[in-house]
Design a protein. Sequence first.
Length: 95
Amino acid sequence: MLYTLSGRIRVIVLSRRVDTMDYKIYVQVMGLPRGSERSYKIEIIDTNTTAVEGVHYKLSENQIFPADTVKAQMHVILYNRDPELRNQPVTLAFR
């Protein structure tokens, strides 16, 4: 099976009243459904990322395609606690 995912999230201040946001990214496996769960791993592209894990974001710990499916949601928790986001957005790049 081939798993391909790439993207970029630009983190900016959404609202002063919102501390966290659950950002859902829809992913799809290339191939047929399987009768068991399949895990996948997201790689952060350090050279294109200015966001700091734990400060600006947290990736979901279990990245899984459920059994008998080819689509899933990856969850990225975005944190809106860094006061510098008001002046300088950060970028999270992954594949």
